[in-house]
Design a binder for this molecule. Structure first.
Ligand code: PEP
Ligand code: MN
Length: 338
């Protein structure tokens, strides 16, 4: 961190901030010129918020040199992280993970029929929402615990791993029992109480990017989970809110490249919640592979017209099958395996 003092800053102003930093076990490296004081702060500055330092009189500019996240950063761990989901499935490295399933688990028949086809097309991880974060309290809210148990049962029937979104910390035990990956939804990305509780679990966490979160805020949320002891974090870009209304959200495809520069954590793309339109999902999925994402999460429904949530962005089974055929053709070209 580099701090520049104002021209008119007094000796006392300078001593006050230096004293504060030294008390935090940080070292100061002074770079003085005739009329300006600039100094570097050396040591672990991760607990310092640069903005707070403007509370000191005489401070002109505070610039962070290192990232505020540590465990999630590539500087801390240069090699890509590979996360084992079970003995057969891993996310990261050359694997291109395909997570697919309905937005919501609606019934045993709906889930079984979907899973049967997904598995036959080559997907390894079954998704399904049981506790749905809906904008309206009058919309379908999910089958809750019964839904999670169905997800476990059907995933086991087809030898698939299971993922579902957790709504709150009090349900961690139920999720640990029923899923292989716990999903933190976009709306909960900055629910720090939930993140801290999940940091005590060893189940892999898929952390979706918040609706209006910067990449740094997203990685800081990953840091919360890692700082408490759970290093198994998978990031998921699912589109961010912009001025554009044509699509549900704007897929920030360059976020994958940014994350790969900044972090060693695997990152996947969810084109369904980004685009919000089934017509765009196949091409965006191929773009996800091309940009170097570690996988994909797509919503699939046997009958999207009748879906209880997100039908407009759900692929019909034949379309998903077509996507998997394309992916299997293209993965070797991009150095990945399905
Ligand atoms: C979901 O995956 O079903 C979901 C609600 O996603 P998001 O949190 O990205 O909106
Ligand atoms: Mn959905």
């Amino acid at each position: 961190m580099i701090i520049q003092m104002k021209k008119q800053a007094t000796k006392k102003d300078h001593e006050r901030i230096v004293g504060y930093l030294k008390n935090r076990n940080l070292k100061i490296k002074d770079v003085r010129s005739e009329n300006i004081i600039v100094f570097g702060v050396i040591g672990d500055t991760s607990s310092l918020d640069p903005h707070d330092l403007y509370a000191f009189e005489g401070v002109d500019k505070v610039t962070r040199v290192s990232t505020p996240f540590k465990r999630a950063s590539r500087a801390f761990k240069p090699d890509d992280t590979i996360i084992a989901i079970n003995d057969k499935i891993a996310i990261g490295d050359t694997n291109f993970a395909v997570i697919a399933g309905p937005c919501s688990i609606e019934s045993e028949d709906q889930l079984r029929l979907t899973a049967k086809h997904l598995k036959a097309s080559g997907a390894h991880i079954l998704r399904g929402g049981a506790y749905k974060p809906r904008t309206s309290p009058y919309s379908f809210q999910g089958l809750e615990k019964e839904g999670l148990e169905l997800l476990r049962k059907i995933a086991d029937e087809f030898g698939m791993a299971a993922i579902s979104e957790i709504p709150s910390a009090d349900l961690i035990d139920v999720f640990e029992e029923n899923v292989d990956i716990i999903q933190v939804g976009a709306r909960n990305m900055q629910n720090f109480h939930l993140l801290k509780a999940l940091s005590k679990s060893q189940t892999p966490i898929m952390l979706k990017r918040g609706l209006s979160a910067t990449i740094e805020e997203w990685l800081m949320s990953a840091e919360y989970i890692m700082a408490g002891g759970n290093q198994n974090v998978i990031l998921c870009e699912r589109g961010i809110r912009t001025f554009e209304k044509y699509t549900r959200n704007t897929l920030d495809i360059s976020a994958v490249l940014a994350v790969q520069e900044l972090s060693h954590l695997p990152v996947i793309i969810d084109p369904s919640h980004a685009a919000g339109r089934w017509q765009m999902i196949e091409k965006l999925s191929l773009a996800s592979l091309a940009v170097g994402a570690n996988g994909l999460m797509v919503e699939v429904h046997p009958n999207p017209e009748e879906a209880l949530s997100d039908g407009a962005q759900s692929l019909k089974i034949p379309k998903f099958d077509h996507l998997m055929t394309d992916l299997s053709r293209l993965t070797p070209y991009f150095g990945k395996v399905l």
